[in-house]
Design a protein around this ligand. Sequence first.
Ligand SMILES: Cc1ncc(COP(=O)(O)O)c(C=O)c1O
Length: 373
Amino acid sequence: MIKPFENPIYITRPIMPDYEDLASRIQSLYDSRMLTNLGPYHQKLEEKLQEFLQVAYLSLFNNATIGLITALKALDLPFVSEVITTPFTFAATPHAIVWNGLKPVFCDIEPKTMTIDPEKIEAHITSNTSAILGVHVYGFPCKVDQISDISIAHNLKVMYDGAHAFSTKIDQESICSYGDITVLSFHATKLFHTLEGGALVYNDHSLHKKVKNLRNFGIQDEFKVTDIGINGKMNEVQAMFGLLNLSLVREEQNKRKLIADIYRNRLTVHDAIHIPEMPECTTDSLQYFPILIEDHRDLVYKVLREYNIHARKYFYPPCTDYDCYQHLGSRESLPVTYDIADKVLCLPFYGSLGYENANIICDVIEIALNKAS
Ligand SMILES: Cc1ncc(COP(=O)(O)O)c(C=O)c1O
């Protein structure tokens, strides 16, 4: 007889640095009083992340949402032009477009990777389209080569929301090397985190100067402001957490791999459950574990809650159900998005979950499916 968990099992549990390590570094902040404004921890974390991810340029941000807003601004898109994106994402993606005075145009996703469907992008391109903003949802890579071909043919910028794709690789190359800019999130719920935080990653040196300038109010030097910038700076405590957490990421990924194996082995036997698989040649960053449940997703979600297991219906509802975007898409115009949003459930997924708890979660899913039949 399975009993409900005494303490909630959430979808994730952040990695934490060793307390003594952290305390000794905090002491250095008391000594230096250098708390923010691109201090030594900030500088070191940018270098370490560049090395870890094997990317040309990386600029830290205080969160990915400000990163998205700044990235779109850095691309210098014509005011009120249209950016083609997907509604199968977190609110921050379309919101960043609108905060730039641009218009989101919602394109459907394709069923295997749940990312923007390149076959459907061209139908949305008008003389007013300036960019494509793909989302590497759950770390599944967008179809980057096809998107690149479309962007070249139509002279469009390409940006990626890679909030879920820290360390994802395609053919051993960082996912961040595709498109003009990729945005990463280092929020506490992410695999690698800096409490709150994010980064912009790109290959173009001129973009580097622009992004750094925009991140710091557009201030070029003590007496000169050259751009309408924002405060996107990551502070020293965030950067310090990041430096310590970075050394824990590989071990966390290894533990998550074992949890993923349990879920896969236990859940694929059910006809009602489909587990989306990463495309070949992709290195999964292991940030989320989404499953698709035919017909009974809401029942499984409810039964898991009865056992104090907090699986999440990411991303249900799609952004086109929000009051602010309802006029920009519907179940009829975005059939695959709505189909996946109706079926998806992200299971608790973190290293310290442990095999026993992962197995209990599978047992509870079985109980729910038995109730349904
Ligand atoms: C796809 C996506 N984009 C952007 C964000 C925003 O990230 P942040 O919380 O770092 O601003 C999130 C947050 O979870 C997300 O899932």
